[in-house]
Design a protein around this ligand. Structure first.
Ligand SMILES: Nc1ncnc2c1ncn2[C@@H]1O[C@@H]2COP(=O)(O)O[C@H]2[C@H]1O
Length: 666
């Protein structure tokens, strides 16, 4: 029975939740209690405010559960007056004899249907409605919601007693406005029917018959207007109402079925009527063909909708596993597959259109730019949960974080049964096991059981994606960590000793890191200095070598000139010098010049400056200034380099005088 009379038991459980919520750890998280279902007091609503925390008294709350039996039977009853008003007044209007023959019957049927119409408005004023997956039974809210909805205006218009002003069946045309209720009745029946396919076919046939009935009545009215029996196309006269109706129905069937086997219309109204009927027939056929596809597909759609609930009902076991193997998350899989098949830009657009608004309500992301949210939205996966369905289990390793798109979830206490907090739309949970909060005693394990209260839709963000997002948005990371720490502290799951040690270690590590950075900077500066000094010294050595080469050349030239002069003198007065000729032939008197070339104090200058540095070097290498002094010159003069590479000797010369490299040496 769906009338909620004295729903105290449920109320008590939910009140205790409300009471706990007030002092519970989630007070600051914007929790919403379920509240008391039975109470109709002001401000009680669906539990969005704290209800009365005293022991609830049994009371009566005459509200209907829209998924209950009473409502189901009521809406089934309402089908009759609605169908009556859609079918019979048309007939009475087009066949005046029908109206005139049974006035009493029509008056009572009209009155009865009007009473039911009014009663339906009363029922709607007492029908609870679901919000966030939970039923709202507060009569004030139900009333307000209905009176401010468009449904109320449609219902009021459809009940307007126009017959009081115009005593004709046509005045009842406004009753058709209640036909919207038929679709609701249809849905309820479809959900409960043992053979929904048969029901759909029956409904299709009923719709076709109603359309044919309307067309038959119109055909008869047109025939009356043109003159009964005036030509072959119109309805014959003098055959009695029932026969005339059947003739009209038959003609309407031929026209709507576009069989075309009717007498050819001649007059303009006939032509227009026949054309309209053919067109309507084509449309009706297309609708029927499409509906048959829907009849077949609807079963699968119904399964998709209820898959989660079915799996939960089955509990763990082989049958459930088989079901999962057959199609794990059908509706979502379909959504994912479809989106994956789209181009990326379009995929992004669709995902954003579907989820962006919901995501922007989530606290941590509220301050994020739209572009950021658009990127985030692609990482999210939507998943639906049924009433009582577990979302997280305490002790399990956390792999996802959740954002509530719609509905309510309850965080259960350590006993796994008592709700300690209720989270609603725009809230998040499941982050504690994913982010690293120093001192979290549970590590990467879930800290609480979470169940869905009503039907809820959640966004799932995987651990990897969360990491990526938090790396990009340090602000969101800090907010999450601060909130997580607060929660852990409140629930006694934070080891403050470990946290302090971790903080100290972090501080030390930070100090070391800073020292390392400074050291790196110093080394870099020294390396730069070394390179600069090396460059300068290389330049200096080059210059010295050039000078040496010049001097050697000068000496050579001088020697050459001296030799020429000597030869010139020798050719003159005395031959004595000539006697020395042989020796001179092998080498003029200046031949021993090379030893002299080592002489220039300048050339040896650098070698001498190595004195102090020489303490590091080999005395042999130091003691050969000739070698070093001449090295550049030799190269310049094309002498062999057998005396050793000047480079290898270079550095000691360089370091010696400059002293720039003092620090590395130490
Ligand atoms: N007392 C509480 N109030 C609100 N939320 C909670 C409470 N305890 C745990 N949670 C949330 O429940 C989640 C369970 O999984 P996690 O431990 O990953 O993260 C947890 C929190 O987000």
């Amino acid at each position: 029975m769906s009338w909620s009379v004295g729903g105290a038991r449920r109320g008590v459980a939910e009140r205790s939740l409300a009471a706990e919520r007030g002092v519970g750890p989630d007070k600051g998280r914007g929790l919403r209690a379920v509240g008391s279902w039975g109470s109709g007091g002001p401000g009680d609503g669906n539990g969005k405010t704290d209800g009365n925390r005293d022991t609830p008294k049994p009371h009566h709350n005459w509200t209907l559960d829209p998924s209950g039996d009473w409502y189901y039977w009521w809406i089934t009853v309402m089908v009759l007056p609605i169908l009556y008003n859609c079918i019979v007044p048309v007939c009475r209007l087009c066949f005046p004899e029908v109206q005139d023959q049974l006035p009493g019957l029509w008056l009572s049927l009209d009155t009865l249907s009007d009473v039911l119409y009014l009663g339906d408005i009363g029922v709607r004023l007492h029908t609870a409605f679901p919000e966030d997956g939970l039923l709202v039974r507060d009569r004030g809210r139900i009333r307000r919601r209905y009176l401010w909805s468009s449904s109320f205006w449609w219902d009021a218009a459809s009940s307007a007693p126009l017959e009081l002003l115009w005593r004709r069946p046509a005045a009842r045309a406004t009753r058709w406005l209640r036909a919207r209720r038929l679709s609701e009745a249809w849905q309820r029946h479809e959900t409960r029917a043992a053979r929904p396919g048969a029901l759909r076919v029956a409904a299709l046939l009923l719709g076709a018959v109603a359309a044919l009935h309307g067309l038959a009545c119109s055909y008869f009215a047109l025939s009356v207007h043109l003159g009964l029996g005036s030509d072959a196309w119109v309805c014959p006269s003098g055959t009695g109402v029932w026969r005339q109706y059947l003739h009209g129905f038959y003609t309407a069937t031929l026209l709507l079925a576009t069989v075309g086997d009717t007498p050819a219309p001649r007059r303009v109204p006939e032509l227009l009527f026949a054309t309209f009927s053919f067109l309507a027939g084509v449309l009706a056929f297309a609708t029927i063909t499409g509906s048959i596809g829907a009849v077949v597909g609807a079963t699968r759609g119904a399964w998709h909708r209820d898959a989660a609930a079915v799996r939960r009902l089955l509990g763990p076991g082989e049958l459930r596993r088989r079901l999962q193997r057959w199609r794990p998350e059908p509706a979502l899989a379909v959504e994912r597959d479809t989106l994956q098949a789209l181009p990326r830009a379009l995929h992004e657009e669709l995902a954003a259109a579907a989820h962006l608004r919901a995501l922007s309500r989530v606290g941590v992301f509220r301050s994020c730019e739209r572009g950021v949210l658009r990127r985030l939205v692609l990482c999210l996966r939507a998943q639906g949960y049924g009433p009582g369905q577990p979302v997280c289990r305490r002790g399990h390793v956390g792999r996802h974080m959740f954002f509530i798109r719609s509905g309510l979830v309850a965080v259960l206490g350590d006993d796994g049964a008592t709700p300690v907090a209720v989270l609603g739309r725009g809230r998040y949970f499941g982050e504690l096991s994913l982010i690293h909060i120093p001192g979290n005693r549970c590590g990467n394990r879930r800290t609480a059981d979470i169940v869905s209260l009503g039907h809820s839709e959640l966004f799932l963000l995987s651990k990897q994606d969360l990491r990526r997002v938090l790396a990009e948005f340090p602000g969101a990371r800090a907010a999450l960590e601060a909130e997580g720490r607060r929660l852990l502290l409140l629930t006694g799951r934070l080891d403050t000793g470990v946290e302090a040690a971790a903080a100290a270690a972090a501080l030390r590590a930070q100090g070391l890191e800073e020292a390392l950075v400074q050291l790196r900077a110093r080394v870099a500066a020294l390396v730069a200095q070394l390179e600069a000094t090396e460059g300068h010294l290389r330049l200096r050595v080059q210059r010295l070598e050039q000078r040496l080469v010049q001097r050697l050349r000068q000496r050579r030239d001088t020697a050459a000139r001296g030799g020429q002069r000597g030869r010139a003198e020798g050719q003159g007065p005395g031959a004595a010098p000539r006697a020395q000729g042989p020796a001179g032939a092998q080498g003029h008197p200046r031949v021993p010049a090379p030893p002299k070339s080592q002489g220039p104090p300048r050339a040896q200058g650098p070698a001498r400056t190595q004195g102090p540095a020489g303490t590091r070097g080999h005395p042999g290498t130091r003691g050969q200034p000739k070698v070093k002094g001449a090295s550049g010159a030799d190269r310049a003069l094309g002498h062999p380099r057998a005396q050793g590479p000047p480079r290898s000797q270079g550095p000691p010369r360089v370091q010696g005088p400059s002293g720039v490299l003092g620090p590395p040496r130490s």
